[in-house]
Design a protein around this ligand. Sequence first.
Ligand code: BDR
Ligand code: CA
Length: 308
Amino acid sequence: REAIIIDTDPGQDDAVALLLAFASTDRLDLRAITTVAGNVPVAQTTINALRIRDLGGADGVPVHAGAAGPLIFPLETAEFVCGPDGLAGTDLPEPRGAATPGHAVEAIIAICRAAPDDGITLCPLGPLTNLALAFRLAPDILPKVRRIVLMGGAIGLGNMTPAAEFNVHVDPHAAAIVLGCGRPIVMFGLGVTLQAIVGHEQVARIGALGTETGRAIHGMLTRPRPGGLGTAGHPMHDPCVIAFLIWPELFAGRDCFVEIETGAGPLRGRTTIDWNGRLKQPANAHVIGSVEAHALFERMIERLATLP
Ligand code: BDR
Ligand code: CA
């Protein structure tokens, strides 16, 4: 089993990613959920992580609240896509428990320090602030990191701005630190995640599972997304990260040099991905370019069906 930490800003697609991880304990050893400001402020992403933990019956997994904003820029959130509480489309109750004491960054450091070399996989599904802080505060944990499998960036157009994908736009300085950390990185940008849009028939089947999780996911995937990119359905950006850990054979990519634009201008958060190797720079990420989407959702539904 691969030991992982999920760093997240739920968010509907983060929620589905968490649920997929809860349904995959045969393959994944989820050591902690750490939260960050992103889709909504961190107080709310923490509440949402706790609500999803209750929903999925993952009581034993600690949730640690993390960074309240990016390293340099003021926080920008995405209620215009996710709704005021970040989980529009659900009516999940308030969480049963509270977050575990200890800042997310401290938790990441402690879990990594206790692990053997190459012992922990980090799965960031939001702005990369917590990871960047952990790497700066405790560079000794880097050898403990087996790999970082992240959602962020875009080969082509962005979704937050024409240039940038949301997670990297919000905290480009953190993204630059993570991309430069020297550990293996697998990057899921919009080029692949916009291929991962669940079809209507599959969404209906999730709703018909007859479970609380099925009902909640159906609600999230059928609600209107006024601020979205106008895609025909709901892109499952963040679940791709978890799915890759379980079914890497469904994805294909290339080792690439990736550079992050940290300036405050219109290119802020742009990820320049040298897909064709024109710049002759050493690769710093394995960038995923395609997914077998139909098979992905068939397998996801099968797993999600096992949850309460
Ligand atoms: C990313 O931004 C967030 O809104 C989603 O949860 C995903 O992590 C997509 O750009
Ligand atoms: Ca997210």
